[in-house]
Design a protein. Sequence first.
Length: 289
Amino acid sequence: MAGQHRNRVITLIRSYYPNLSATDRKIADYIIKDPVQTAAQSISDLAAAVGVSTATVSRFVKRISFNSFRDFSRELTAAEPLERTNAEAFQDVEKQTTFKGIAESTFASIRSSLDQTSQVMTEADLKAAVQLLLHAHTIGFYGLGGSAVAALDGYHKFVRTGITCAHNSDYDMQLMQAAQMTANDVAVVISHTGRNQQTLQLLSTLNAQKVPVIALTSFGNSPLAQASTVAFISVAEEINYRSEGLTSLIAQMSIIDSLFLMTAVHGNIKMAASLSRVRDAISQTRTEL
């Protein structure tokens, strides 16, 4: 557990960073640069060090999902200093001189992304998402571009549960599908940035239908995250030669795997029977081949 609490705080700050104001970024930069010193400071000490008001600091910690500065400080203080920084974990491919070095850098980046994504998930959010999924009449999976891969992966897994699932790769079809959903359904909406205009149009359609939304995005204060019922942050720091959202995609698929397993474990007898039938059908097909 050592290091996880402080790591979670820094990870949260990084996930919100791109959408922070210039003033909030000053606070974020100060904390990221020296989390150990920040953990020992009062709200007035931190405000004075950064050159802002205590009210600004208070608003900042609430923007990154803490209820108060006390909660923020408690979590930042709860662990020993991190052994590795994000900069070390996400090594730039350009600095590598061998194929093996590039491969190792890529794997290190993915491991760090998965580790940090796991740390920012909370028991409350996971429980809320699973309850929505267990009681959904239909689960719709939505994703465009690279996120379409994660959406299809989610559909492929959850269709085994016996819950009615919906997915379509065509954007117009996704819009029509969203317009037919109701408050008894659940939408899983996936977007690396959480700002894609087509994704936000889908979100608007779902919100108009009062459909509960489980969002998967890399940015905690993106429009998608803010307008969702439950949001999970897929931590990723993309680098120049890596296609945008690569580690984010892997983290998103891991979140989907977790939600699927939790739903399956807490499902009823009918769901267990459905999972068994799917396994038997797939096993029989492979035997015949």
